[in-house]
Design a binder for this molecule. Structure first.
Ligand code: PFF
Ligand code: NA
Length: 461
């Protein structure tokens, strides 16, 4: 069987792949989600568990996923089925692909809404809201807080910003990812990094850096619950874009001769560094202004604008910062829609443009669930999840805490135990010692850790 014919797209070279995969990885997960879930889960111990999950589970699972995509040269479900058959097993393993595409699609339905918040904040920055709020030091934090509160409780506003994002994502995707996006990412990712470091230095100076540093790196396990461990594990998958179909899709476009191990490690390092710097930029402000680390999803949007309001040129810096957030979110959103669109092209025979539009309309409709959840509609409440929990919380929980870890479990079991060893060897292309190490992680460490955390956190015991 000539497996090279299924997908004809290829990245132009190794760097294009690294850039695209880093673009997919670095996003709202790093800037928005990591800081607030760290706050909700007590800081240091959570950070440590998260880093261990990235190192011992995230990186090997990323390698496994890319290897499946590259070997299968096809969209996730087909790629997994093909590799399974080639290894002498059933095509039912296609489930690891279809589950990923489903998880990615559900993630995107709230991802576009949060990206929309960032669009709103670009406008707030540009119209001087941040510095205006700082005019009265007494009420500064409260004024910034109500800016956020008013945004998320307004269905029309959320609709406008979300729609903008969805339309833009569909447009770029239908045009083909290569030219526009690769170029934009080349400039914007480094720019975002520089700006983030600058903001971190500024908040270290004006904020309480010592408290922030202590919060993030003093390890106190008494503050960490087993649910917190599950959140850290799920977030390791979320932030690296694993078990969402996308790494299989990107792997399918991978040119020959690229080291799956080296590129995976580089992507994981870049992603982790951005998340930690985001934490170190936000928390000095949180502690200096008496905000709650456990403020939840609003944290990024309530902490940094306080700093922007009081810093010289803060409106400009703040506007630029949220432009970067939009871009980081955008490159991830495109990756998320890509796996759904690629599926429609391959399975339903749609043109690329049509597939992008169909997938986009679906996302727009699904995003309404999150929009109405945020605005406080009572029909969005899910009483079985706990008091005040909404469909948005449910989508987040279902994807990050259930679908992604479950997908990661199946992927590691599949590549560790079922995929033919010579195929795995050929794709990973490591020295014997390194190969053994990765296989131990995929066969034992990842599955056992995931099952253990799952069983304990979901309370199956
Ligand atoms: N990794 C992205 C982030 O951290 O924001 C989110 C994401 C993108 C998840 C793409 C899954 C995915 F397929
Ligand atoms: Na990320």
């Amino acid at each position: 069987m000539n497996t090279e014919t299924h997908v004809s797209n290829r990245w132009s070279n190794k760097y294009a792949y690294i850039l695209a995969a880093t673009g997919a990885a670095v996003g709202l997960g790093n800037l928005w989600k990591f800081p607030y879930i760290m706050g909700e889960n007590g800081g240091g111990a959570f950070v440590l568990v998260y880093l261990l999950c990235i190192l011992f589970i995230g990186i090997p699972v990323m390698m496994a996923e890319v290897a499946i995509g590259k070997r299968g040269r096809s969209t996730p479900a087909n790629a997994a089925a093909m590799v399974s058959k080639e290894s002498g097993h059933s095509s039912h393993w296609s489930i690891i692909g279809s589950m990923g595409v489903l998880a990615g699609y559900l993630i995107l339905s709230f991802y576009v809404v949060i990206a929309g918040w960032a669009v709103a904040y670009v406008l707030y920055g540009a119209t001087g809201e941040f510095s205006a709020a700082a005019a009265d030091a007494e009420t500064h934090a409260d004024t910034i807080g109500s800016l956020f509160g008013n945004l998320v409780s307004s269905v029309p506003n959320l609709l406008i910003y979300t729609t903008l994002i969805v339309v833009a994502v569909v447009y770029v995707l239908s045009k083909g990812v290569k030219d526009g996006l690769e170029t934009a990412v080349t400039y914007l990712m480094p720019a975002m990094f520089v700006l983030l470091v600058a903001i971190m230095i500024y908040s270290a100076i004006v904020g309480d850096f010592a408290a922030a540093f202590g919060f993030m790196f003093n390890i106190d396990f008494s503050k960490l619950t087993i649910e917190g461990v599950l959140v850290a594990l799920g977030h390791a998958f979320f932030t690296l874009s694993l078990a969402s179909g996308i790494m299989m899709v990107y792997g399918a476009y991978l040119p020959k001769g690229v080291s799956i191990a080296k590129t995976s490690i580089m992507i994981a390092i870049a992603d982790t560094v951005v998340a930690l710097i985001a934490g170190l930029a936000i928390y000095p402000i949180v502690f200096a202004h008496g905000l709650e680390p456990s403020a939840g999803p609003g944290l990024l949007f309530q902490a940094l604008p306080i700093a922007f309001g009081s810093m010289p040129m803060g409106d400009v810096v703040g506007t630029l910062f949220f432009v970067m957030v939009v871009f980081a979110a955008f490159t991830s959103a495109i990756a998320l829609l890509e796996s759904a669109a690629a599926y429609l092209v391959e399975r339903q025979g749609m043109s690329r443009a049509k597939a992008s539009i169909v997938a986009g309309v679906g996302i727009w409709l699904l995003s309404l669930l999150t929009i109405f959840s945020l605005s406080g509609e009572s029909w969005t409440l899910l009483p079985f999840m706990g008091e005040g929990k909404t469909i948005f919380d449910g989508l987040d929980y279902l994807t990050a805490n259930i679908l992604l870890p479950l997908g990661g479990l199946l992927i590691s079991v599949f590549v560790g135990w079922f995929m033919k060893d010579e195929l795995v060897k050929a794709e990973f292309n490591l020295s014997d010692g390194q190969h053994k190490l990765v296989m131990v992680l995929l066969r034992f460490v990842a599955p056992i850790a995931i099952i253990f955390v799952f069983i304990n956190a979901i309370g199956l015991f």
